[in-house]
Structure formats: C-alpha cells, structure tokens
Design a protein. Structure first.
Length: 200
C-alpha cells in the first residue's frame, strides 16, 4: 500500500510571496529614509528582513520542495532496489498479518531521490489517533497524545506536507524503551486500514 500526500494549502505560494515582499520592504525603509534625510536605525528593519527571508526559504523547502511517500509492505531483508521489494509493494497487505508488515516513510527534497526516514514494524504499533488542532469531535490534539505517553518516554516525528494541516493521523509505536509518534496525512484507504489496527 502506497500513499504520496500532496500540499493541500492553496495559500502556500501567497504566504511565500508575502514574506519576500515584507522582507524587501523592511530592507528598503532605512535606505529610503536616509535618501530623504531622516535618521532611523537600520537594525530592526534588517532583522525583520532577515527573519522574513529565512521564513520564506523554510516554507519553500519544507512545504513546497519536500515530498513524502508512505508505504506499508511486507518485511524484507532484500535490498529495496531489487525486484522482490517492488513486488512486495504491490501485494494486498490486507491479507497479510500486521506482524509481518512494515510502515515506511520515504522523504525526498526537490529533484533528489527520496531516502527512508522511518521504518517501523506494525507489530510494534500500539495506538492510532486522529489528531486535530483543537481536539474536537472525538479527536485529540498532538499535545494531548504527547502528554499521554510522555511519562514513559516519547518522541514524535511530523511527516506531513501540508502547511497548517487541520487533521492528521498519529501512529504510536513502541520503540525500544520509549514510545514514538509518527504524524502523517494518509489517503482514505491507508487511514482506514491503519485505524482498523487501532489497539487502544
């Protein structure tokens, strides 16, 4: 089972452009003031300009150029570039026991090929939560999930691609002597399958 989420926020380009414009205006204000004989400190405007450009570059790299691929496939010791691994991706995973499956996140940036960022066995999956910003309609917030597991050791990784995502899925795995939360935005078939494995 494979899912490649896409950017769902149509305002991402406007946010990027607005940050660059604000940064350019902030940088130009001291220059214009000096040209008109006004004395202003350039430091706050330069810092604002610098912060806007850094934020714009971060948004471009994190939310426009980054790609994620979520895979659920049979565990294999075979190199992923081999024919057997490609066949494994096409297998009907609903007929395979979860103990024999891996959840994988492949993260890519720009035109570079993606690399495996996360490989977790579904045998170690202990909970699946729908998480939202406000925790309404029977969902939890990300911080509520963290609070639930923090006492036993908890780390989480955000593998979403949409800026300001309203609803995501958080998978909680047992990872050695701690819990690990993986936040994703799967398509409906993958979300349905993962929710069917919910153990809590």
């Amino acid at each position: 089972m494979r899912c490649t989420p896409v950017q769902k926020n149509p305002r991402i380009s406007w946010i990027f452009a607005a940050l660059l414009i604000v940064g350019g205006i902030a940088y130009g204000i001291p220059v214009v003031c000096r040209a008109n004989g006004l004395s202003v400190s350039a430091m706050p405007f330069t810092l604002t300009s610098f912060a806007c450009v850094i934020a714009a570059v971060y948004i471009l790299v994190r939310y426009r150029m980054m790609t994620m691929v979520y895979l659920i496939r049979p565990r294999s010791d075979i190199d992923e570039n081999g024919m057997e691994a490609a066949y494994a991706e096409e297998a009907d995973i609903t007929r395979i026991r979860p103990e024999y499956l891996d959840f994988i996140v492949i993260k890519g940036q720009g035109s570079r090929p993606g690399a495996m960022e996360c490989v977790m066995s579904l045998a170690d999956l202990c909970a699946v939560y729908r998480v939202t910003k406000k925790g309404e309609n029977g969902t939890l917030t990300r911080s509520a999930v963290r609070e639930k597991y923090i006492h036993d050791g908890f780390v989480f990784y955000d593998y979403t691609v949409t800026l300001g995502l309203e609803e995501a899925l958080e998978l909680v795995f047992i990872d050695g002597n701690r819990y690990c939360g993986i936040i994703i935005e799967p398509d409906e078939p993958m979300a349905r399958y993962l929710m069917s494995l919910k153990k809590e």
